[in-house]
Design a protein around this ligand. Sequence first.
Ligand SMILES: [Zn+2]
Length: 71
Amino acid sequence: MRARSDWHPAVTEDAVMRACARRLTSLDNPGFCLACGDEVEGVEPDACEYACEACGEAEVFGCEELMMEVA
Ligand SMILES: [Zn+2]
């Protein structure tokens, strides 16, 4: 995973925490692309380096995976 300082600015600690909370209270499976900042649905919580449908980079991570970095 890229360094926290290289994450897209849209992927904030707050956004990751809200995504994790949503996963626990709904059937959503949110993740984020660290390259373009897109929020992606249907991502396993421990997903690593999935291809992003928006930008094509293999930078999509599941919310739990990102939570370990921001916590
Ligand atoms: Zn992307």
